[in-house]
Design a protein around this ligand. Structure first.
Ligand code: ADP
Length: 465
């Protein structure tokens, strides 16, 4: 159970892999070093005998066969007969001299027979020998063949010591590797651990919690930054949703309370009621209900538009025609309020878009301009092509918007202080902005109090252009 749980842990798996790879590479490095060493020793043994034979040939040149034999006897005396032997053959293969061969009795006769006058140098592995033997022979003078045998005991012992040293240190290296692996994987995953802990705290409702910043390597740093960024965004969304819910509740409560009050008064009034009085109450109830339905529909439209309008609702839109239509539609209202209303639109400006939504965008801006401009003022609509964009401007000489309100007027339900006395629900500009964005555009406002406002809509003339 414990093992099953621990084996699922990433830290455990990482350190296991690390230990495995570390141990395997150490083992390979040791094996390689050992093989290299043994081949170097082997080559050295062959070279030594080669040199010995050459040296003996020189000694023969100087002091004849007796000199060679003196040297051979001296070497055997100093090294010991079990470490090697010298044998001198005549040209006919007759054995002329031999050092003590007692330790080499077990060697097969074929190896000790006349080797011929061709130079030979090879390693002999034989079951009869405890250690391998390097056997070399050559003609050191006309009619004189010298055979030298040298036990490779020293080499074998050296390699054994090496193996022992390797073998002895390996367990410690494996252990060190495992500890290092565990330490490194824990350190590498500490950042993840922190993210998990914070996510756990957030799951328990601490939305303002963030993963503390500490430099833990680029990958973890990126994860922490992305995670914290996501939390910021979620917190913002939650706050926004809370605000919207508050606003909806607030905006629904007033008309509903009004409706209820009026109906209750009509029902509980002790004075005799005319059917006309009831009709009045019902009419105002319908009016309030219509207002509420309109508000709810606008809210749904905003949500739908913010999520992106369906591409199949897009068509070739004649913007110039749309601007003229809005002008024609609002002219009576402007005349009624004694407002100088004008329109100046470039002809033949088309783009791909949703005509009815663009119409609502325009209507909202013009309706606001007329609503917030006192009699005698001016309102103008213009449409121009500016590079690859269509620019619509709705300008008025109305009450203007204070600087501190300008950023907020595009939020849901926001209504300026000066506009509370006028009809409206604070959703018009929010919908207009959502429509502009659904057409990859933007609305900006420039305004001064008591001087007027200019709302500018920039819409890219996308593929239809
Ligand atoms: P409302 O229904 O209140 O008009 P909007 O979303 O259309 O809602 O506008 C939000 C607020 O922006 C308004 O309450 C008003 O304070 C301000 N506003 C919008 N257009 C104008 C304008 N042309 N002149 C002055 N203030 C404006």
């Amino acid at each position: 159970m414990f093992f099953a749980r621990i084996s699922r842990s990433l830290a455990w798996r990482l350190s296991l892999w690390y230990t495995l790879v570390f141990s395997l590479s150490t083992l390979l490095a040791f094996a390689f070093a050992w093989l290299l060493m043994s081949s170097v020793l082997e080559a050295r043994a062959a070279e030594d005998l080669e040199e010995d034979l050459e040296e003996m040939a020189l000694i023969h040149d100087e002091s004849g066969p007796a000199g060679v034999w003196r040297e051979a006897a001296r070497e055997i005396a100093s090294e010991g007969a079990e470490r090697g032997f010298f044998r001198l053959f005549g040209a006919d293969g007759a054995l002329l001299e031999s050092t003590d061969m007692a330790p080499w009795e077990a060697l097969p006769e074929t190896l000790l027979s006349f080797p011929g006058s061709e130079p030979l140098n090879r390693r002999i592995e034989n079951a009869a020998l405890e250690f391998d033997l390097q056997l070399a022979s050559a003609l050191i003078a006309p009619g004189l063949v010298l055979q030298i045998g040298e036990s490779l005991e020293e080499n074998a012992e050296f390699l054994d010591v090496l193996l022992l040293a390797f073998g002895g240190t390996l367990p410690f290296l494996f252990l060190g590797g495992a500890l290092l692996g565990a330490f490194l994987s824990r350190k590498a995953l500490a950042g993840l651990e922190q993210v998990t802990r914070t996510a756990g705290e957030i799951a328990h409702g601490k939305f303002d919690e963030r993963v503390p910043w500490s430099d833990q390597g680029e990958e973890i740093n990126r994860l922490v930054a992305t995670f914290n960024g996501m939390l910021d965004r979620i917190e913002l969304l939650i706050r926004g949703m809370r605000e919207i819910t508050d606003n909806i509740a607030h905006d629904l409560r007033s008309p509903l309370t009004r409706i209820r009050g009026e109906v209750e008064a009509a029902l509980t009034s002790s004075a005799p009621q005319e059917s006309r009085d009831y009709e009045g109450v019902l009419a105002s109830t319908i009016e309030e209900a219509d207002r509420l339905i309109h508000m709810i529909n606008t809210m749904l439209d905003i949500t739908e538009t913010e999520a992106g309008l369906a591409p199949r609702s897009f068509e070739e839109v004649d913007l110039s025609g749309l601007v003229h239509d809005a002008y024609d539609l609002f002219q009576p209202l402007a005349a009624q309020h004694a407002i100088d209303f004008s329109c100046d639109a470039d002809p033949e400006l088309h783009l791909r878009g949703n005509a009815s939504y663009l119409q609502r965008l325009l209507a909202n801006l013009v309706d606001n301009a007329l609503k917030y401009t006192p009699p005698g003022g001016r309102v103008s609509i213009s449409l121009k092509r500016i590079r690859d964009k269509a620019q619509i401007q709705v300008a008025d000489t109305g009450i203007g918007i204070p600087d501190q309100e300008q950023q907020r007027i595009f939020s849901r339900f926001y209504r300026g202080d000066a506009s509370r006395s006028r009809p409206g629900n604070g959703l018009g500009l929010c919908l207009a902005q959502a429509i502009a964005r659904a057409h990859w555009g933007e609305i900006e406002v420039v305004s001064r109090r008591r001087e007027g406002s200019i709302f500018t809509v920039n819409l890219p003339l996308r593929p239809a252009d």
